[in-house]
Structures are given as C-alpha cells and as structure tokens.
Design a protein around this ligand. Structure first.
Ligand SMILES: Nc1ncnc2c1ncn2[C@@H]1O[C@H](COP(=O)(O)OP(=O)(O)OP(=O)(O)O)[C@@H](O)[C@H]1O
Ligand SMILES: [Mg+2]
Length: 144
C-alpha cells in the first residue's frame, strides 16, 4: 500500500481523444492502492476523467497533478489550449463546443465541467482565450 500522507504526482496529457482515459485510470489505480473509501475514489476518478477528456478535446497537451493529503484529494488540470471565452456559459449543463468528430466519439454532452464541480468540494477555474485553462478541484476524503 502506498502511504497517502503527502503524495504528489504529475502526469503529462497528450491531446487527441484517442488518448483520453489513460491518465485518469492511472489516477484511479493509485487512489485504490491508498485504500481510500469507494466514494472518495469514485469522485476523484470522475473529476480526473472529465478534466483529462477536456484537455484531450480542447488542447494539444497539458498536465494533471494529483495530490493526496490526509484529508483531501486535490486534482489540478492545466493546459495551454484554446482557453474559454465565457466560463459561466461553459459551466452550464448541456453547453458544448465539441466538434462533430468529438461527438462521434461519444463526447460533447456538455456535462464535464458541471460534473467536476458537483463531484468536488471546492472547484476553481481560471481560463484565458489563447493562453489556456487551469482547474483546481479539492475532494474531501470521506470516511469508509
Ligand atoms: N480545457 C479546456 N480548454 C478549452 N475549452 C474548454 C476546456 N474545457 C472545457 N472547455 C469548453 O467548455 C465547454 C463545456 O465543457 P464540458 O466538459 O462541460 O462539456 P464537453 O466537453 O463539451 O462535453 P462532455 O464533457 O459532456 O463530453 C466545452 O465544449 C468547451 O467549449
Ligand atoms: Mg468535457
């Protein structure tokens, strides 16, 4: 078992939806090894997956940083992609600018950002058009 006292790992994410899921499954496996509650692992896995698919969809590359403290799982997603013009609109359930190609791969329901917000206890988004996007999600570790 990996100790989760002060765990930190950064994963590089490559753009392109064919790559989506690689990092979030590694994140899920690491958290499972830490023996956290199923609910905590599920929340963190959803957050990591949605963050990863957005980097794959809307940026050429980015990174996901996982940190685990005794009380929190912290996931940050940082990319240098196209950025978001209207964050409030992007946060709305059902809003999506996904291309036909992305939709044909089963994505683009416009639920990712709201899922990330709903599954985390603290959600922060900073984005600038042409510069990139930085998400920070904090999930409080639930008891078993
Ligand atoms: N990292 C990002 N860089 C640039 N734009 C983004 C990023 N993440 C989200 N967006 C914008 O916000 C919109 C909403 O994102 P969200 O994840 O909620 O839905 P989606 O990715 O379109 O569909 P789903 O996640 O349900 O497959 C996206 O369509 C896109 O326009
Ligand atoms: Mg998405």
């Amino acid at each position: 078992m990996i100790s989760h006292e002060t765990f930190e790992k950064s994963f590089s994410v490559k753009g392109g939806l064919e790559n989506a899921g690689h990092i979030s499954s590694q994140v899920k496996a690491l958290l499972t090894d830490m023996d956290l509650s199923k609910q905590t692992i599920r929340r963190a896995a959803v957050v990591a997956y949605e963050a990863e698919t957005n980097i794959c969809s809307y940026a050429d590359h980015g990174k996901i940083v996982l940190r685990v403290t005794p009380k929190f799982v912290i996931i940050e997603a940082i990319d240098e992609g196209q950025g978001i013009k209207d964050i409030e609109l992007a946060m709305k359930e059902g809003y999506s600018t996904a291309t036909e190609k992305i939709r044909s791969m089963g994505f683009g329901a416009g639920m990712g950002l709201s899922n990330m917000k709903n599954f985390s206890d603290t959600f922060r988004i900073i984005s600038e058009v042409g510069k990139g996007t930085h998400l920070k999600m904090i999930i409080r570790i639930r008891k078993k």
